[in-house]
Design a protein around this ligand. Structure first.
Ligand SMILES: Cc1cc2nc3c(=O)[nH]c(=O)nc-3n(C[C@H](O)[C@H](O)[C@H](O)COP(=O)(O)O)c2cc1C
Length: 319
C-alpha cells in the first residue's frame, strides 16, 4: 500500500486530505457522513473572539459554475466556543487546525492567544480575508505590510504551527506570501473564495444580502491551481491547496502544482462523500501507477530539477 502520510509543520496527517474552513460541519458535529478521522486534518469554521450574527440573507446562491455566497462568519460567543466547541474538538481522533479571524491586529492576536491556551488544537489558521478597518477596509490578505505585522504579532502569541490563509488576489499574492513567510508563518492555505457578484434583473440590485459575495466551486479551480503553482515557486512554505476540488483527480492536480495537502470545500454541499471517495480513488491510482509515496506528487508539475526558494527570514521591502 502506498504511503499517504504527510507532515506539515510538525502536524502528522495520515493522508493529505482536509476540508476548507466553513464548509464542513459545525460546533463539534463532524461525523454526519463519514468518520471525521478519514481526513488527515480537520479545519473547522473560522471563529472570532466575539459573538457575531453574520451577514444578512440571502447568504448563499447556487450559480451554474459553483456557489455565490457571503455568510460573514457568524460566530458564537467565545465563552460558548470555549465551553462547548473546544472540548468536542479536543476529543476528536484527528488533528485540528482551528481557523481564527479578527477585525484588527489586536483582535487577531487576542484570538490566537485564547485559541492557543485551549490546548485543543494542533495548529491555527489565520483567515486573512478580513477588511483591515485602519486601512480603509482593504483585506489584510491583500496588503503585504498589514499581513506581515499581523502574522508577526500572532507569532508572538503562540507556539502552535501557524497557517496563513491568503486572499485570492493575483497582484498581491507573491508579496503577501513572502511577507507572511518572513513574519514566521509555518504554512499557507489558498485560495479563499474570490469576490463576486450576481445582480437580480427584476430589482436591479445585488442578489446576495451583503451585496458583494464570493465565488467558490468548480469555476475557480484552474485559477486556484495556478496560484498554488505560483507560490510553490515563490516561497518555501508548505501549501494547503483548495478551490473547486471535487475528486481524486483534482487532488493530484493540486499536489502536482505544489500543494502538500488538499481541501474539499463547496463540493461537500452537493456531494458530502466526495472526500472519502477521493481517498479510496487516490490510493487506487497510486497503486496503478506504481507510486509508493504520495509525497512524490508534491510539485511534480515543476519538473525534477526545480528547487524551491530558500526560506525567507526578512521582509523583501521595508514595513
Ligand atoms: C459557505 C462558505 C463558507 C465559508 N466559510 C469560510 C470560513 O469561515 N473561513 C475560511 O477561511 N474560509 C471559508 N470559506 C472558504 C472555503 O474554505 C474555501 O477556501 C473556498 O470556498 C474555496 O474552496 P472551494 O471552491 O472548494 O469551496 C467558505 C466558503 C463557503 C462556500
Amino acid at each position: 500500500m502506498p504511503d499517504l502520510s504527510i507532515n506539515i509543520a510538525g502536524i502528522e496527517m495520515k493522508n493529505p486530505l482536509t476540508v476548507g474552513s466553513g464548509t464542513y460541519g459545525h460546533h463539534g458535529n463532524f461525523n454526519q457522513f463519514f468518520p471525521v478521522e478519514t481526513m488527515g486534518v480537520l479545519v473547522p469554521k473560522t471563529v472570532r473572539p466575539i459573538e457575531w450574527p453574520g451577514n444578512p440573507p440571502r447568504r448563499v446562491i447556487e450559480v451554474p459554475s459553483g456557489l455565490h455566497s457571503s455568510v460573514g462568519i457568524p460566530s458564537i460567543s467565545w465563552e460558548q466556543f470555549e465551553a462547548v466547541d473546544a472540548p468536542r474538538l479536543r476529543d476528536l481522533p484527528v488533528p485540528v487546525i482551528q481557523s481564527v479571524i479578527g477585525r484588527t491586529e489586536v483582535e487577531y492576536a487576542e484570538v490566537v492567544a485564547r485559541a492557543s491556551a485551549l490546548n485543543a488544537f494542533q495548529g491555527l489558521e489565520l483567515n486573512l480575508s478580513c477588511p483591515n478597518l485602519k486601512q480603509g477596509g482593504l483585506d489584510f490578505g491583500y496588503d503585504p505590510d498589514a499581513a506581515y505585522k499581523l502574522v508577526k504579532r500572532a507569532r508572538q502569541e503562540t507556539d502552535l504551527p501557524l497557517v496563513a490563509k491568503l486572499a485570492p488576489d493575483y497582484s498581491s499574492l507573491v508579496s503577501v506570501a513572502q511577507a507572511i513567510e518572513a513574519a514566521g508563518a509555518d504554512a499557507v492555505a489558498l485560495v479563499n473564495a474570490p469576490r463576486a457578484m450576481c445582480i437580480d434583473i427584476e430589482t436591479l440590485k445585488p442578489m446576495i444580502g451583503n451585496g458583494v459575495g464570493a465565488l467558490s466551486g468548480p469555476a475557480i479551480k484552474p485559477m486556484a491551481v495556478y496560484m498554488v503553482w505560483t507560490l510553490y515557486r515563490s516561497i518555501s512554505l508548505p501549501i494547503f491547496g483548495m478551490g473547486g476540488v471535487a475528486n481524486y483527480k483534482d487532488v493530484i492536480e493540486f499536489m502536482a502544482a505544489g500543494a502538500a495537502a488538499v481541501a474539499f470545500g463547496t463540493v461537500s454541499y452537493v456531494d458530502p462523500m466526495a472526500l472519502p471517495r477521493a481517498l479510496v480513488d487516490l490510493e487506487t491510482w497510486l497503486v496503478e501507477k506504481g507510486i509508493d509515496d504520495v509525497k512524490s506528487l508534491i510539485g511534480a508539475a515543476h519538473g525534477s530539477d526545480f528547487q524551491r526558494p530558500a526560506p525567507l527570514k526578512e521582509m523583501k521591502h521595508a514595513v
